[in-house]
Design a protein around this ligand. Structure first.
Ligand SMILES: Cc1ncc(COP(=O)(O)O)c(C=O)c1O
Length: 439
């Protein structure tokens, strides 16, 4: 007899984690479960959802598009939805970015960016410029290239032998300053390591990749704007490409359409995904400058960018992206984000002195509370306790180890957001007990 085919769930330990929650419907900020519960999706289903689940404009755009073209390859072909998405993105992306290469998700958007950077220098006759600089605490995805530029962690440890080597420099993690300074008096000294490395090795470096202003999976670490400004300046001054991975930060999460806008910097390459379709369908995109694209245009076919995924530029995903950007122009999306940001600031300020709290930080619609824990890190025993506590309270929060964060769809009501903070207050009082090792 055939054995059943079971789903192997991501980031899930079957021996320890509770069985998956079966969701039967999603609407606005809510997930409705098979057993009759209604959960607030306080992490936007892994940071993808912007305007609430099943927004009617996105759903009808997908349905209408499905009647015309389901999918067609993008090599040698094109179609209206993907072209319209380009026009809409043109209106929101910084000037100077002229070409967009579509893929399937955040990791592939990063893979494309890395390969594009390396081949750019090769096509320009400088093949030695082939290594990458990445930050401590970085996360850029789970495929092997993206994992290589991500920080050393429990995620990457089993694959250390086949991740490619990168130059690793400090991130601006002010709460745990890598150079022992305090933000009030420092001069972004953490970027000196990058400055020295670039001065020494720029001839062999293709690009520096950063998550602008907010390192997500590494712990929702918020950087000072000055750090981003300095990294961008240093890269430009040393003829090294600057890649901004805006997979998480894009589409309003940090209070601007793209995080780079806070520092008024224009990257050479930008990676997009997650919110690109409003969170309804998978899509990735890597956007670059004219100068980069130009290096690939040649009568010599070997200079072609030989990269492509089967579902590149999928029309349904593109239609969802167009609809999502339409919502930005019709609905008060940035007012909603500012409303969320204000509540984050107010409520975090009140939590900051709780004995269980190490640091609170926020940017735009994202808030994080770093909890004191004897076993800080992704495998902290606080994580499963907190996850179950919040699920029991009707809230989907999925801490990164001892770092609790809120990253809600922009349509969350202030009542719901306050109720999440009320439950967080309850949880903080239990943290001391939860973090004690079992005897
Ligand atoms: C900054 C950043 N880059 C890349 C990725 C990878 O995206 P995906 O999970 O769609 O492959 C993520 C995912 O969380 C991310 O936060």
């Amino acid at each position: 007899m055939n054995r059943p085919l079971r789903i192997w769930h991501p980031f899930t330990q079957d021996a320890l984690d509770p069985p998956p929650v079966r969701v039967v419907r999603a609407e606005g900020v809510y997930l409705y479960t098979e057993d009759g519960r209604r959960l607030i999706d306080a992490i936007s289903s892994w940071w993808v959802n912007l305007h609430g689940h099943c927004h009617p404009a996105i759903i009808s755009a997908i349905a209408n598009q499905a009647e015309r073209i389901d999918h067609v390859l993008l090599a040698g072909f094109s179609h209206e939805p993907v072209e319209e998405l380009c026009r809409r993105l043109r209106a929101v992306l910084p000037e100077g970015l002229t070409h967009i290469f579509f893929s399937d998700n955040g990791s592939t958007a990063v893979e494309v960016a890395l390969k594009m950077a390396v081949q750019y220098w090769r096509n320009r006759g400088r093949p030695k410029k082939s290594s990458i600089i990445a930050l401590e605490h970085a996360y850029h995805g789970d495929t092997v290239g993206a994992l290589s530029v991500g920080a050393d962690s429990v995620f990457s440890e089993p694959f250390s032998s086949f991740r490619f080597r990168v130059h690793r420099v400090h991130s601006a993690y002010c709460h745990r300053c890598p150079v022992g300074k305090a933000r009030s008096s420092c001069h972004i000294d953490c970027a000196d390591a990058l400055a020295n490395l670039l001065a020494d090795k720029h001839e062999e470096i293709a690009a520096v990749i950063v998550e602008p202003l907010l390192q997500g999976a590494g712990g929702m670490i918020v950087h000072p704007v000055e750090f981003l400004e300095r990294v961008r300046k240093l890269a430009g001054a040393h003829d090294v490409l600057f890649i901004a991975d805006e997979v998480l930060t894009g589409f309003g999460r940090t209070g601007r359409m793209f995080a780079c806008e806070h520092a008024k910097v224009i990257p050479d390459i930008v990676c997009l995904s997650k919110g690109l379709t409003g969170g309804a369908l998978p899509m990735g995109a890597t956007v670059c400058t004219e100068e980069i694209h130009e290096a690939f245009v040649s009568r010599d076919r070997s200079r072609t960018f030989f990269h492509g995924h089967s579902y590149t530029g999928n029309p349904l995903a593109a239609a969802a992206g167009v609809a999502s950007l339409g919502i930005f122009s019709r609905e008060p999306v940035f007012d909603r984000i500012e409303g969320i940001a204000r509540i984050h600031r107010e409520r975090l300020a009140r939590l900051a002195d709780h004995p269980a709290v190490g640091e609170v930080r926020s940017i735009g619609a994202v808030a994080a509370i770093e909890l004191r824990a004897s076993d800080a890190g992704y495998l902290s025993r606080l994580k499963p306790k907190l996850y179950e506590f919040f699920l029991d309270a009707g809230i989907l929060l999925r801490p990164l180890g001892n770092i609790l964060y809120i990253l809600p769809p922009y349509v969350i009501s202030s009542e719901n957001l306050h109720s999440i903070y009320d439950r967080i207050c309850d949880a903080l009082d239990l943290c001391d007990m939860w973090s004690r090792p079992l005897l």
